[in-house]
Design a protein around this ligand. Structure first.
Ligand SMILES: Nc1nc2c(c(=O)[nH]1)N[C@H]1C(S)=C(S)[C@@H](COP(=O)(O)OP(=O)(O)OC[C@H]3O[C@@H](n4cnc5c(=O)[nH]c(N)nc54)[C@H](O)[C@@H]3O)O[C@H]1N2
Ligand SMILES: Nc1nc2c(c(=O)[nH]1)N[C@H]1C(S)=C(S)[C@@H](COP(=O)(O)OP(=O)(O)OC[C@H]3O[C@@H](n4cnc5c(=O)[nH]c(N)nc54)[C@H](O)[C@@H]3O)O[C@H]1N2
Ligand code: SF4
Ligand SMILES: [Mo]
Length: 670
């Protein structure tokens, strides 16, 4: 085997890796994202290509029947018949930030251009949607304004709603490395749980879940009161400060501290750091995004950067992307409102451009329903066909009892590399090739695009995702729209949609990768793609769902496992040391309920119940924390308890705030 380079198919740090002639995976020293560094997860990739894979197309007319193997030809025939028998608005496609850019581009074109419906969404809706909305509202476009290089000369790192030490480990190590270089560097974590990130921080602020908007508003108020606003920056490069301040005034520290259950000093401390540090990067992830108040939490944080002029050489608000190619998905516009080249279906010029470019007519101007809305539409019999690609909604969507009903009801196509829980609800199953078995590009968190070369043949009859849609399109008479013979043909078409756009990659070819789009600082000249050219403050309004129950259930990730465990769960090395599905409780709360560590408890609400082993941890009183990714072989999944209410702007679900009760199920044997 020759040396093959590719991007890690796990997190959004986007590390460059290579597999050497002995089949070992190592970090790529020449890759700007990781410079040779690597975490544990991808090391065991080579061992999981052959376990639990879907190898052939499978079909059953009725879900009570067993699957039977069919040919690809038969699969396309079934798909064509089914798709043509329904109206475009009765079809729905749910895809993923783990697909290659070429895959997402083709699927998006198939749906929005060929079938002419915007009924498509991605699991990014559960992930980055709030950050995308906020960036667009403030800067006029999304895409992190700085890059990883900015870590190397910053002195303050704020992690808020991010457990980067386990979720973005190579990036976090880079922060730690910087900290070791300078004596006055500071790492701060704001989280309800004392996470690994918090443990490695200099300052840990244990906030009450859901209240970040209040905390951050209060910091803005203090900046104002102390005369720490950078008015020159605010006047020259921004607009809307007064309204944002008006909102912040509602939360002086004495008010905010009681809402957030933090010390007033902590609010003053963060204000002082924003005012006085040399270069401050704030990193955030799902603790801010996955909330009814998600966009506002984002806005409240970015407001602080604008108020203190903390952009470019002075810092950056840096949203951490979760999945390896959620950024690429944003570039091709795979959410229900997007079009390639950071365009939007609601914009007439954007539509016209893409219609001419694709040589199609009638791209719909209304965004399609988002995935949680689509679940409701299935239950109302308005969507009758659902095609899921590269995501496992039977575990990862909120309000799972409802989702199960919808998956039972709809004609379901599942296109996946592995047998996952969603397959159990499918009518048609399509075997997909995964990274390593196909070629294409991915974009990491800081806009660096990496070519993933192929280093093994797809297992069985599995095919790359782009190829499945290309072949179906041909079968349905769309040959001229989908003339692709190899992924590079798709890349070359896609890159031309980006010409003159913020994410312009029209000058790049596969051979130039890895390469980053945009300048090191996306808004280097402090002109923003808004109507006025200025960045916009917005008032950050606070909202918190009222939940019944004695505890707030927080959800999140496991260090050595990737989401629903279809890949990492097949590696004994990565499973080693993993305890059974657990919940973290504050020992004082546990004591009050007569619970000891390692007892099995029932966590319940009117939505259902799950069983978990109790582990004690430093978590805010009346909060508990459970990982969400356990598939059903471990019992009831966590997300049966999680609500599908969403942020009003981003439509991202409130995945980290479920009201529940806890009681002992089984005492630990002593
Ligand atoms: N090992 C591993 N790494 C991963 C993944 C994985 O599955 N496994 N998944 C990847 C993906 S797709 C994503 S999106 C990222 C997610 O990366 P992160 O967002 O960093 O991870 P989470 O565990 O979801 O949540 C982060 C933290 O938010 C905190 N939190 C919850 N509610 C609040 C709140 O109201 N305020 C604040 N301030 N904090 C709160 C939680 O306690 C948790 O510690 O990880 C990526 N990396
Ligand atoms: N309660 C709660 N729920 C959450 C979250 C949370 O923090 N709390 N986080 C949310 C977030 S941020 C995310 S990103 C989602 C993640 O949720 P999912 O996307 O459902 O999780 P994965 O396990 O990554 O699913 C990816 C699927 O794609 C398959 N696959 C891998 N490679 C390929 C390929 O190349 N092609 C195809 N066709 N299939 C492939 C895998 O086998 C797997 O079945 O979960 C969300 N749900
Ligand atoms: S930090 Fe993320 S991208 Fe890098 S090796 Fe680990 S999982 Fe892969
Ligand atoms: Mo994510």
């Amino acid at each position: 085997m020759r040396e093959t380079r590719f991007q890690c198919p796990y997190c959004g740090v986007g590390c460059g890796l290579f597999i050497n002639e002995k089949g070992k995976i190592k970090g790529d020293f020449e890759h700007p994202a990781n410079k040779g560094d690597i975490c544990k997860k991808p090391v065991y990739l080579p061992k999981i290509y052959e376990k639990g894979r879907i190898e052939k197309p499978l079909y059953r007319e009725s879900k009570s029947e067993p699957f039977k193997e069919i040919s690809w030809e038969e699969a396309y025939k079934i798909l064509k018949r089914k798709i043509l028998s329904l109206k475009p608005e009765e079809l729905y496609f749910y895809i993923s930030g783990q697909l290659l850019t070429e895959d997402s581009y083709v699927i998006n074109k198939f749906v929005k251009g060929f079938l002419r419906t915007n009924n498509i969404d991605a699991n990014s809706r559960l992930c980055m949607a709030s950050a995308v909305s906020a960036y667009k509202m403030v800067f006029g476009s999304d895409g992190p304004p700085c890059t990883y290089e900015d870590i190397d000369d910053a002195d303050v790192f704020l992690f808020i709603g991010s457990n980067a030490a386990i979720a973005h480990p190579v990036l976090f190590k880079r922060v730690i490395k910087r900290k070791r270089q300078i004596s006055d560097a500071l790492i701060i974590t704001i989280d309800p749980v004392e996470t690994e990130t918090a443990k490695k921080s200099d300052v840990f602020i244990q906030i009450r879940a859901g209240t970040d908007t209040v905390f951050l508003n209060s910091v803005l108020y203090v900046l104002y009161k102390k005369g720490w606003i950078d008015y020159e920056f605010v006047e020259r490069y921004t607009e809307g400060f007064d309204k944002a301040l008006q909102q912040a005034r509602k939360f002086p520290p004495e008010v905010a501290s009681s809402i957030c259950d933090v010390k007033e000093e902590d609010i003053y401390l963060i204000a002082e750091i924003f005012a006085k540090s040399k270069k401050l990067i704030s990193f955030w992830c799902q603790g801010l995004n996955q909330s009814v108040n998600g966009v506002m939490k984002n806005i409240a944080l970015i407001n602080l950067h604008l108020a203190t002029g903390r952009l470019n050489s002075k810092g950056c608000p840096f949203s951490l992307t979760g999945q390896p190619n959620a950024m690429g998905g944003r570039e091709v516009g795979y959410l229900s409102n997007g079009l390639p080249g950071y365009r939007d279906v609601r914009n007439k010029e954007d539509r016209k451009f893409i219609e001419n470019f694709w040589v199609v007519e009638g791209i719909k101007e209304t965004p399609g329903p988002t995935i949680t809305e689509a679940i409701d539409l299935i239950l109302r019999d308005e969507i009758k066909f659902l095609w899921v690609v590269c995501t496992n909604p039977a575990v990862s969507l909120p309000s799972l009892k409802k989702v199960e009903k919808a998956l039972e009801k709809v004609f379901l196509v599942v296109q996946d590399a592995y047998y996952n829980d969603t397959v159990n609800f499918a009518n048609l199953v399509l075997p997909a090739a995964q990274v390593g078995e196909k070629e294409g590009v991915m974009t990491g968190s800081d806009r660096t695009i990496t070519l993933c070369e192929k280093f093994r043949e797809p297992i069985g009859e599995a095919k790359p995702d782009w190829q499945i849609f290309t072949e179906l399109a041909k079968y349905m008479g769309g040959e001229n729209l989908f003339p692709y013979r190899k992924p590079e043909d798709i890349f070359n078409e896609f890159k031309n949609t980006t010409k003159g756009r913020l994410c312009d990659i029209s000058h790049l070819s596969y051979k130039d990768l890895p390469a980053r789009w945009g300048r090191k600082w996306l808004y280097e000249n402090l002109r923003f793609p808004t109507e006025s050219g200025k960045a916009k403050f917005h008032p950050a309004y606070f909202d918190l769902a009222s939940e019944k129950g004695e505890f707030i259930l927080l959800t999140g990730r496991l260090k050595n496992q990737w989401h629903t465990m279809t890949k990492t769960g097949k590696s004994p090395e990565l499973l080693k040391g993993e305890v059974p599905p657990f919940v973290i409780m504050n020992p004082k709360d546990a004591q009050e309920l007569g619970i000891e560590e390692w007892d099995i408890v029932k966590i319940f609400s009117d939505k259902g119940e799950i069983e978990r082993v109790v582990i004690f941890g430093n978590i805010k009183r009346r909060h508990i924390y459970a990982p969400f990714g356990y598939p059903r072989e471990f019992g009831e999944p966590t997300n049966i308890l999680v609500s599908d209410r969403v942020d009003p702007i981003s439509k991202e679900p409130d995945l980290k705030y479920a009201g529940v009760n806890v009681k002992v199920e089984k005492k630990v044997l002593k």
